[in-house]
Write a protein of this length. Structure first.
Length: 88
């Protein structure tokens, strides 16, 4: 049961992070920063442009990983609720 409660707490914390305005603002600022960096590179700076492009692609993946933590906790919480309902 410890794993379930830890997953549920991690889910709650991850959702708080995703919902927090500072986190949302930070992601927007990061996206804009990378776009600006990418736009100011020269065409011949292919490696730098590719690195910036890859960094930009990691931002949604980071968000996705947090959402996975949230969903895992939601699933565990729903399973616990069903088990309790079946016992009662």
């Amino acid at each position: 049961m410890v794993d379930n409660s830890q997953d549920i707490e991690r889910s709650r914390q991850a959702q708080e992070i995703l919902d927090h305005d500072i986190f949302k603002d930070a992601l927007v600022m990061l996206r804009e920063h990378y776009k600006e960096l990418w736009a100011t590179t020269k065409t011949e700076e292919k490696e730098q442009r590719e690195n910036i492009w890859m960094a930009m692609k990691l931002i949604p993946e980071f968000e996705r990983q947090l959402r996975i933590v949230v969903e895992k906790g939601v699933i565990k919480r729903n399973q616990i609720i069903k088990i309790k309902q079946n016992i009662a």
